[in-house]
Design a protein around this ligand. Structure first.
Ligand SMILES: Nc1ncnc2c1ncn2[C@@H]1O[C@H](COP(=O)(O)OP(=O)(O)O)[C@@H](O)[C@H]1O
Ligand SMILES: [Mg+2]
Length: 265
C-alpha cells in the first residue's frame, strides 16, 4: 500500500528510560512530509528535534503512535525489514559526518549500495557520479582525515543520496562547520531539493536558513508548536515576524546564499 506522504507520523510519542526515570522527549507529534518538500525544523535544544528525526528516519521506534515511512507502517517490521525500508527511502546526514575513517570517500559513498546487492563496479561508478554531483570528483581516493570538514559533509551528503532516497533528513548538518562552509553545504542541499526533487528536512538553529525553507516547523518541549508554509511568512532572507536573531552571528553572511533557494516554483 502506498500513501501520498513520504513520511507520516500520527500522534507519535517517544519516552526514554534513563536510570529508572522516564524522560518524555516527544509528547504526541503528528506531521506528514510530502514528496519534494523543503522543511526546516527549529526549536530550542532539548525540544525533541533529533528524537523526531530519528523516528522519521526509522532509526528508532515510537513508544506510542503510528509512523509510516514510504507508505508502510513501521510497527511490527523486523530489524531487517526496517533496514531495507530505510535504505530504500531515507538518506541521513548528521552533524558529525559519521564517515568510516579508514575508508576512501568513494567507498564511503558506495557503502549503502552494498546492502542492495549491487556489484562492485556499478557501486563505484554510482558513488563516483554522486561525488561529482557534490563537487568532489577530484577527491574520490581521499580518506576523511584528508578532507576538510565541508568536504567530509559533502561526502556524507553523497552517501545519503547515492541510494536515491525519497527524503533526506539532515540534523544540524552545519553544526561543525564554519559559516562560509556551512552556507555552501546548505546551498548544496537546497540545490538537490530543487533539482533532484528529494524532500529535505533540515534541523537548524539559524533563523535565516530556516526562513528559506518552504515550510517551517517549530518544536518546544516535545511538541510541535507551529507548522507554517513559506507563503504565510515574510519572503526569503527577511526576518520572520518577531524573530529574535539570537544567533545573529549568522545573520550577515556574504549574501551568496540569500538568493540560492530558487523557491519560485
Ligand atoms: N538516549 C536518550 N536517553 C535519555 N534521554 C534522552 C536521550 N536522547 C535524548 N534525550 C532527552 O530527550 C529530550 C529531547 O532530546 P533531543 O531530541 O536530542 O532534542 P534536540 O535535538 O531538540 O536538542 C532531551 O530532554 C534529552 O535530554
Ligand atoms: Mg538535536
Amino acid at each position: 500500500m502506498t500513501s501520498e506522504a513520504a513520511i507520516e507520523a500520527i500522534d507519535v510519542a517517544r519516552t526514554y528510560a534513563l536510570d529508572g526515570v522516564s524522560v518524555p522527549a516527544l509528547r504526541g507529534v503528528s506531521l506528514s512530509i510530502g514528496h519534494g518538500e523543503h522543511v526546516a525544523l527549529v526549536g530550542p535544544s532539548g525540544s525533541g528535534k533529533s528524537t523526531l528525526m530519528h523516528l522519521l528516519g526509522g532509526l528508532d521506534q515510537p513508544t506510542s503512535g503510528r509512523l509510516r515511512i514510504g507508505g508502510r507502517d513501521v510497527a511490527g517490521l523486523t530489524t531487517a525489514e526496517m533496514a531495507h525500508l530505510r535504505n530504500a527511502t531515507i538518506g541521513f546526514v548528521f552533524q558529525s559526518f559519521h564517515l568510516l575513517s579508514r575508508t576512501s570517500a568513494l567507498d564511503n559513498v558506495a557503502l549503502p549500495l552494498v546492502y542492495r546487492g549491487m556489484g562492485a563496479r556499478e557501486r563505484r561508478e554510482r558513488a563516483g557520479q554522486m561525488l561529482e554531483r557534490v563537487g568532489l570528483g577530484h577527491r574520490v581516493g581521499h580518506r576523511p582525515n584528508q578532507l576538510s570538514g565541508g568536504e567530509q559533509q559533502r561526502v556524507a551528503i553523497a552517501r545519503a543520496l547515492v541510494t536515491e532516497p525519497v527524503v533526506l533528513l539532515a540534523d544540524e548538518p552545519t553544526g561543525n562547520l564554519d559559516q562560509a562552509t556551512g552556507a555552501a553545504v546548505l546551498e548544496l542541499l537546497e540545490q538537490l531539493n530543487t533539482a533532484e526533487g528529494v524532500a529535505v528536512v533540515l534541523v537548524t538553529h539559524d533563523r535565516e536558513v530556516a526562513a528559506r525553507a518552504r515550510r517551517q516547523i517549530t518544536m518546544r518541549d516535545g511538541r510541535i508548536v507551529s507548522d507554517t508554509a513559506a507563503a504565510d511568512r515574510p519572503a526569503c532572507g527577511e526576518a520572520p515576524d518577531g524573530a529574535q536573531f539570537d544567533d545573529a552571528g549568522h545573520a550577515g553572511g556574504d549574501g551568496t546564499h540569500t538568493d540560492a533557494g530558487e523557491a519560485g516554483r
